[in-house]
Design a binder for this molecule. Structure first.
Ligand code: ADP
Length: 228
């Protein structure tokens, strides 16, 4: 499902972000990626959807060989991955429904099929009554629900989330986590970088800790492990 073999990343300015990462994540797993700021978590996550390219090493995601992937095949890879960000990244001039529809790149879907899919995923996140609202008319938690719905639109095998609760209060964060749990229960792999110690310590799943670009801990049902 996701395989990294001795992956290194040095940015063009000479910063070494990852220094030899090897990891295997199976279909259906729920994985937290933890570690101090600057440890390499975002880089680790961005490599999976080829937002950044490795300097060295091998990466396979959903059957795609990331280093060999031709640029024109990147949309195919990204259709197999849903991505959720800390700052939601919704298009401000589009409604919730339009934001989700925009992500439905599946060639050959009719307008009616698109509408049905949009309604389906927005209902899954509990926003069936707010489909025509603009992001500015929604709370932070609701905006993140739209982003989760958008990530589900193409029925991806994996959802990758970079600090998805970073801008949300604790109650709202738990609402998003319940959604991820439900999505994971249906078989979708979830990889989530987080600083949310309460969530990691309460909803115990696999924990991969990265420090200074290497994996220092990889435990099933692990703990957050930092005092911050
Ligand atoms: P984290 O997500 O754990 O905070 P990052 O992956 O964002 O860590 O960053 C790892 C290291 O790489 C840090 O030293 C950071 O400053 C550096 N870095 C991240 N992105 C870039 C970039 N585009 N160019 C140069 N250095 C970067």
């Amino acid at each position: 499902m996701i395989e990294m073999q001795d992956v290194w990343k040095e940015y063009p300015n000479g910063t070494s972000a990852l220094n030899g990462i090897s990891v295997h994540i199976q279909k259906g797993e729920f994985v937290y990626v933890v570690g101090p700021s600057g440890a390499g978590k975002s880089t680790f996550i961005k490599l999976m959807y080829r937002e950044v390219r490795p300097t060295k090493g091998h990466i396979f995601v959903n059957g795609f060989n990331i280093e060999r992937l031709k640029d024109r095949k990147i949309p195919l890879l990204r259709r197999s991955i849903g991505v959720v960000f800390q700052d939601f990244k919704l298009l401000p001039k589009l409604t919730a429904a339009e934001n989700v529809a925009f992500a439905l790149e599946v060639i050959g879907l009719s307008q009616r099929q698109i509408r049905r899919r949009v309604e389906d995923v927005l209902t899954q996140v509990g926003l069936e009554d707010k489909m025509d609202m603009l992001p500015s008319q929604l709370s932070g938690g609701e905006q993140q629900r739209v982003a989760v719905a958008r990530s589900l639109a193409n029925n991806p095998a994996v959802i990758i989330a970079d600090e998805p609760t970073g801008n949300l209060d604790p109650d709202t964060s738990w609402g998003i986590m319940r959604l991820f749990q439900r999505i994971n229960d249906r078989g979708t792999t979830i990889v989530m970088a987080t600083h949310n110690r309460d969530i990691v310590n309460s909803l115990r799943r696999r924990v991969i800790a990265i420090e200074q670009g290497i994996i220092v801990r990889d435990e099933q049902k692990g703990l957050y492990g930092y005092d911050e």
